[in-house]
Ligand binder design. Structure first.
Ligand code: ADP
Ligand code: ASP
Ligand code: MG
Length: 403
């Protein structure tokens, strides 16, 4: 078998843990498999480097950030390779560039365009263990890029797809995908299986256990994806097609995203084309807009509320300022002490009352809901951040996810 094994930050968090990873990889190799390993930076390392940059500049050039942040993964890749060599295995570490991961030129959140896996394939043929620095690639114009936070998951899935690997294992600090973040609700239950679509919703709605684009790619390329812990041999969670899952839960999980901010635009001129102008300008500024609500005001204007990631808030503000200056918007306000809680489950497609239960659970806890959005398999609510954990726990309880 050809197996891709990805180890996240905590799994390579110190030298002892890197040795532990080397032992695990060596076992897989000794069992007769070809192995490609993808590693993250040591836990905390990427944040530390971001902090260093901010000591010099509030708004460092994104290309320089990629140069800086990609270094963390090179450290762990080379150290793991050295450890494996010392154990008598032939291992070779590769940067994203050497591994042939070609991306677009959008620094700090680049998309993978294609993978030329020749160097990896050649090393595998020679019996070597390939260790790839995750989270990074090279742009078509030759510069180092990174794939967005949590991007090593995407590196692993993309490599598994390109090499047609039999299995892609994501090793982390929890034993699989749970009904909600087990750090918030200790009663959360581990799922044996979850569908790509549900996992994609959970990941996009804040469950950082898998990066959302990695799930999207796993679905597209049909990658056999398993999430498990590097600290024991416990079985993990299989992420698979909906057809593979016999018992479909009404609600599979609750996700929490603390990284949200709300932008409120008041007195927006009520004329055709205004929404298009505002949201096109936001898109051009690379601001990712999530929920949008528009209401008619008493006068002949409208109010528009939307959410963005906190990281995009200052860019959103600059865009809105232009519309304030041109008098298309009267007033604006910003709130970054909100969060988004979401309920996800394919069973919602065929059942009614799921959303109503979520709202009444919030009512019982006296939590005010600021914004609501729904899709076929999810209900999301924006609430004050101080209620985040209470909301997650009471929803988990209301849908009996601990049973
Ligand atoms: P890594 O460094 O290995 O990439 P991450 O910190 O990115 O690990 O992701 C693992 C974390 O995701 C867990 O420690 C857990 O707190 C969090 N998490 C959030 N939602 C879930 C969930 N539904 N199931 C499991 N873990 C979750
Ligand atoms: N080191 C990067 C991050 O912290 C990528 C990853 O760990 O997946 O976001
Ligand atoms: Mg991660």
């Amino acid at each position: 078998m050809l197996i891709v094994q990805k180890f996240g930050g905590t799994s390579v968090g110190d030298l002892e843990r890197i040795q532990n990873v080397a032992n695990r990889v060596s076992k897989t190799k000794k069992a007769g498999n070809d192995v490609v390993v993808v590693v993250s930076a040591m836990s905390g390392e990427t944040n530390k480097l971001v902090g260093y940059a901010q000591k010099f500049s509030k708004n460092p050039a994104r290309a320089e950030m990629d140069m800086l942040l990609s270094s963390g993964e090179r450290v762990t890749a080379s150290l793991l390779s050295i450890a494996l060599n010392e154990m008598g295995f032939e291992a070779v570490s590769m940067t994203g560039r050497r591994a042939g991961i070609v991306t677009d030129i959008v620094h700090t959140k680049a998309r993978i365009e294609n993978i030329s896996p020749h160097a990896m394939s050649k090393a595998l043929k020679e019996g070597k263990i390939v260790v790839v620095a995750g989270f990074q690639g090279v742009s078509s114009d030759g510069n180092v890029t990174t794939l967005g936070r949590g991007g090593s998951d995407l590196s692993a899935v993309a490599i598994a797809g390109a090499l047609k690997a039999d299995l892609c294992e994501i090793y982390t600090d929890v034993s699989g995908i749970f009904t909600t973040d087990p750090r918030i609700e200790p009663k959360a239950k581990k799922l044996d299986k979850i569908s790509y679509d549900e996992m994609l919703e959970l990941a996009s709605l804040g469950a950082k256990v898998l990066q959302n684009r990695s799930v999207e790619m796993a679905k597209k390329l049909n990658v056999n994806l398993v999430t498990r812990t590097s600290f024991s041999d416990e079985e993990g969670t299989l992420i698979t097609t909906e057809d593979e899952i016999m018992e479909k839960a009404l609600v599979s999980g609750i996700a929490l995203d603390r990284n949200q901010a709300r932008v409120s635009l008041m007195g927006v001129k009520d004329r055709p084309g205004i929404a298009s102008e505002i949201f096109t300008a936001l898109a051009e500024a690379d601001v990712n807009v999530d929920m949008i609500i528009q209401n008619k005001a008493y006068d002949d204007t409208t109010n528009i509320d939307f959410t963005v990631g906190v990281g995009d808030l200052s860019d959103a503000k600059s865009v809105v300022d232009r519309f304030i200056n041109s008098k298309d918007i009267k007033d604006d306000s910003y709130n970054d002490t909100i969060c988004k809680v979401s309920i996800v489950g394919v069973g919602m497609k065929s059942h009614t009352g799921v959303a109503a239960k979520a709202f009444s659970t919030m009512a019982t806890e006296n939590i005010n809901i600021h914004m609501i959005s729904t899709s076929e398999i999810k209900v999301s609510m924006v609430i004050d951040e101080k209620y985040a954990e209470l909301a997650v726990r009471s929803l988990h309880n209301a849908y009996e996810l601990d049973k």
